[in-house]
Write a protein that binds this ligand. Structure first.
Ligand code: PEP
Ligand code: MN
Length: 295
């Protein structure tokens, strides 16, 4: 089934490359000084949205102390309701840049539309493409081109109800832009659960889908237990399920220990799925000896 038409995603297919076709290794690359795609799981953590300078700087500091590799926060947010907090935009990007300066952590942040690729790309080290945009092909091309040109990476989240081939071909759209420039694809895939909630969780985590992606491509694939569960109490367990399935890393939402449901009069974005900074540190301590499956 998968694999049969791997010509359609030829730049990222495991089968296409001798050094990857008989194992589960991934391509390794750097984001600033951070190595991604190695035997060590890559931990991407931070608030769902940048709400304020204090909030973001404190969380950045705490996730760095806990051992995270990259800081993630949204300045432009894709919200279901137009009345929900939409992000601080440029001001949020500047706060993220300050957090990077203070902690040394590279920044992952979402770009939602083609008009903002230059602006977001100027600040970001990793450009995130969200689930709702996984098949926005014009955006995939522009982001791929910009990231390749500026030696940045791309974090591509799986869609709301994706087929394996759709995810692989979406990643191919990005990867081929690196290929055109004679560069290796600095692309990370992220399984974030499918949008068919059973009422218990926000989405349905698919570690099995992540495992299939790992088999089909040599790109690193990480799991997102925050969006896939929508519940902080379920995050550690599902994170471990992703690692058991072969995840190259995790994307985890973190809130401050004393976080209130509102900041500056706005509801904290994805509050109920954020691990407190202490719970996050405990989880990283618990998994510190885990290695990524390579075979
Ligand atoms: C997010 O990462 O904060 C986000 C909005 O995720 P997704 O695109 O997976 O819904
Ligand atoms: Mn979120």
């Amino acid at each position: 089934m998968v694999g049969q038409n791997w010509d359609e995603y030829r730049c990222i297919a495991r089968k296409g490359l001798l050094q990857f076709k008989e194992n589960l290794k991934t391509i390794a690359f750097t984001v600033r000084a951070v190595e991604v795609g190695t035997e060590k799981p890559t931990i991407i953590a931070g608030p769902c949205a940048v709400h304020s300078r204090e909030q973001t700087l404190e969380i950045a500091q705490r996730v760095r102390e806990a051992g995270a590799d990259l800081l993630r926060g949204g300045a432009y947010k894709p919200r279901t309701s137009p009345y929900s907090f939409q992000g601080l935009g440029l001001e949020g990007l500047e706060i993220l840049a300050e957090a990077r300066e203070k902690t040394g952590l590279p920044i992952v942040t979402e770009v939602m539309d083609q008009h903002k690729v230059e602006e977001v790309g100027f600040y970001a080290d990793v450009l995130q493409i969200g689930a709702r945009n996984m098949q926005n092909y014009a955006l995939l091309k522009d982001v791929g081109q910009y990231a390749a040109e500026h030696d940045e990476a791309v974090l591509l989240k799986t869609g709301l109800f994706p087929k394996l081939k759709e995810v692989l071909c979406a990643a191919e759209y990005v990867a081929v832009e690196y290929d055109k420039q004679g560069k290796i694809p600095k692309v990370i895939l992220c399984e974030r659960g499918i949008n068919d909630s059973d009422g218990i969780m926000r989405n349905t985590p698919r570690p099995d889908f992540l495992a299939e992606l790992r088999k089909a491509t040599y790109l690193p694939v990480i799991g997102d237990p925050s969006h896939s569960t929508g519940r902080r109490d379920l995050v550690p367990g599902v994170a471990t399920e992703y690692l058991d399935a072969g995840a190259n890393g995790l994307l985890i939402h973190v809130i401050r220990n004393d976080e209130k449901p509102q900041i500056n009069g706005e509801e904290v974005c994805d509050y109920q799925q954020g691990l407190t900074a202490s719970a996050f540190a405990r989880y990283l301590e618990a998994i510190k000896n885990r290695a990524v499956k390579q075979a």
